[in-house]
Design a protein around this ligand. Structure first.
Ligand code: MLT
Length: 307
């Protein structure tokens, strides 16, 4: 009998469908690292989201493991090369959360542009700050999208429907996709300098770490709005805090942080900042995305187990 261990919260469909296919499933979301290391030798399949770090020590201990299934997009929490070197398949469900993340980005842009988070806080504190803060429309503004994969493309479509001008930058050639969606491809510097809103949609590669840092903030337009739903490490948090305090950045919406949850003093200061919207990595946290991810993942797991 094949045994599967699920170590992060996932849609119940994964548990039910794997069980229906004869897999013995242990659902232990939130399992501690020590327990994971202790029990992993019993399993052929490991299902994770972003919380569980599948590092060399986990892989070395997992002597029966055949499949690591990532219920989501990013594989940065898994040592993919090492797993593959041990003959373990690593799979994910990259299509599942595209719409959910893209919708969150649009919500973030509107919330940030109208300072909804600040107005909300002031009213809850007993105030009525009508007329104190004047927002901006998204219509006619330039949105710079860094990373033009599935999510970047969907954000571009939705933003175009609102009337934004969209420019994109990617390390790979995305001209065909850009033409199809009616957006401009620009170089990194142009995107940084000429955007009113910047939304980041890159994977966490070594080159992406701190790709937005002091130099980039200096180059940006005054009053720029930054949205990050990719990975926290892409932005140098200390530089972001400084840019906010200097007034260079008007508002920020973050679904991800360098440390989740935040622990460094500058991260705590950042998340408490009145012009910052912070959510706890919920981009894919919708019923629809989680069900889509579950369906994609289960199909892939069953196919591999039957090979
Ligand atoms: C992903 O890469 O899919 C996201 O980080 C979402 C998640 O796992 O919650």
């Amino acid at each position: 009998m094949v045994r599967a261990l699920i170590t992060d919260p996932v849609d119940e469909y994964i548990v039910n469908e794997l069980s229906r296919h004869g897999v013995i499933v242990d659902y232990k979301p939130g399992i501690s690292r020590d327990e994971l290391l202790r029990v992993i030798p019993n399993y052929e399949v490991l299902v994770v989201r972003s919380r569980t770090k599948v590092t060399k020590d986990v892989i070395d201990t997992a002597n029966k493991l055949r499949i690591i299934a990532r219920a989501g997009v990013g594989l940065d929490n898994i040592d993919v090369e090492y797993a593959k070197s041990k003959g373990i398949e690593v799979i994910n469900a990259p299509e599942g959360s595209t719409q959910s993340v893209a919708e969150l980005v649009i919500g973030f842009m509107i919330t940030a542009a109208r300072l909804v988070m600040l107005q909300d806080r002031l009213v809850k504190d007993g105030g009525w700050p009508k007329g104190k803060y004047v927002g901006t429309e998204l219509f006619g503004k330039v949105l710079g999208i860094i990373g033009f994969g599935r999510i970047g493309q969907r954000v571009a479509e939705l933003a175009r429907a609102i009337g934004m001008k969209v420019q994109v930058y990617d390390v790979i050639d995305v001209r065909d996709k850009a033409i199809k969606l009616g957006v401009d491809v620009v170089n990194f510097e142009t995107l940084i300098k000429d955007s009113d809103f910047i939304s980041i949609h890159v994977s966490l590669t070594p080159n992406a770490k701190h790709m937005i840092s002091e130099r980039e903030f200096r180059m940006m337009k005054d009053g720029v709005i930054i949205i990050n739903t990719s990975r926290g490490e892409v932005i140098d948090t200390r530089a972001l805090l400084k840019a906010l305090n200097d007034g260079k950045v008007a508002a920020v919406a973050l679904d991800v942080l360098e440390n989740e949850p935040p622990r460094e003093p500058w991260e705590i200061e950042l998340v408490k900042h009145p012009r910052v919207i912070i959510t706890p990595h919920i981009g894919a946290e919708t019923r629809e995305a989680q069900r889509r991810i579950a369906e994609i993942l289960v199909n892939k797991v069953i196919k591999l187990l039957n090979e």
